[in-house]
Design a binder for this molecule. Structure first.
Ligand code: ADP
Length: 219
C-alpha cells in the first residue's frame, strides 16, 4: 500500500503513521524526522535547514524531493510506504508524480485549528531518542524523563506559540490545497482525527475497508 498522510501540524500524522506502518509492514517515511536527523549530523545545509525548521518555515521543494527520492529508491519501499510530512506543497506532489512515486491513498486528517494548537502546546519529545509525548494525552511516567531511554523530555523549538500560529498559516496556504489535488486524482480519504490516536486509526481502517469493498465499484 502506498499512502500519503495529509493534515495540519499536530494532527497526529506521526503517531498514526507508526501504527499503519506496523500493521501493513511498510516503512514510515517522515521528512520531519529525516531532516532533524540530518541537522543533528551537521554538514553543508544543516545550519540553514535548522533555522528554517525552528521558525516553522518550509524547506525548499527541490531539497525535500531529493531526500525523498533517495529514500524511496531503497528496496524496502518497493511494496509500499507511508509518507508523513511530504508532500507539503502542490509542487512537491507534482514532483513525486514526476519521479514515479505512486500515491494510492491520500489520507487527510481533519482536526480543527483550536485542537491542533492545544495539542502542539502540550507536545514534548525526548531530546535523546526522539520518542514523542503529550502532557495531556500521553505524558512520560516520570516528569520530564523519557520512559524509553531516561533522556530529557523537552518542547520542540518549533512548538513555541508564535511558531505554531505561523505553521498553521503556512499549512492552510501551502498544504491544504493538496486535498483538492488528490481529490482530483480520486485517492483522497478524509478522516476525522480530533480525538484519540486509537479513534483516528479505527476511522482510517474503516475508510480503507469501505473503499476496497467491491460492491461500490469505486476505488
Ligand atoms: P509537523 O509536526 O509540523 O508536521 P514535521 O516534523 O513533519 O512537522 O516537520 C518539521 C519541519 O521540517 C517543518 O516545519 C519544515 O520546516 C520541515 N519540513 C518537513 N517536511 C517538509 C516538506 N515536505 N517540505 C518542506 N519542509 C518540510
Amino acid at each position: 500500500m502506498k499512502i500519503v498522510l495529509l493534515g495540519p501540524p499536530g494532527a497526529g500524522k506521526g503517531t498514526l503513521a507508526k501504527d499503519v506502518a506496523a500493521m501493513f509492514t511498510i516503512p514510515h517515511i517522515s521528512t520531519g524526522d529525516m531532516l532533524r536527523t540530518a541537522v543533528k549530523k551537521g554538514g553543508a545545509t544543516a545550519e540553514e535547514a535548522d533555522r528554517l525548521m525552528r521558525q516553522g518555515q518550509l524547506l525548499p521543494d527541490d531539497l525535500i524531493l531529493r531526500i525523498v527520492k533517495e529514500r524511496l529508491s531503497q528496496p524496502d519501499c518497493a511494496a509500499g510506504y507511508i509518507l508523513d510530512g511530504v508532500p507539503r506543497t502542490v509542487a512537491q506532489a507534482q514532483g513525486l508524480e514526476a519521479i514515479g512515486a505512486t500515491v494510492e491513498k491520500a489520507v487527510l486528517l481533519l482536526v480543527p485549528d483550536q485542537i491542533v494548537i492545544l495539542r502542539m502546546t502540550a507536545r514534548r519529545v525526548c531530546a535523546q531518542c526522539g520518542t514523542g509525548y503529550n502532557l495531556i494525552s500521553m505524558p512520560p511516567k516520570k516528569e520530564d524523563v523519557c520512559d524509553m531511554c531516561g533522556g530529557p523530555v523537552i518542547s520542540r523549538a518549533d512548538d513555541a506559540p508564535q511558531t505554531i500560529a505561523d505553521r498553521l498559516k503556512i499549512y492552510h496556504h501551502e498544504t491544504a490545497p493538496l486535498a483538492d489535488f488528490y481529490k482530483g486524482r480520486g485517492v483522497l480519504l478524509p478522516i476525522v482525527a480530533d480525538s484519540t490516536p486509537q479513534k483516528a486509526l479505527a476511522a482510517l481502517l474503516r475508510a480503507l475497508e469501505k473503499q476496497s469493498t467491491p460492491s461500490t465499484g469505486i476505488h
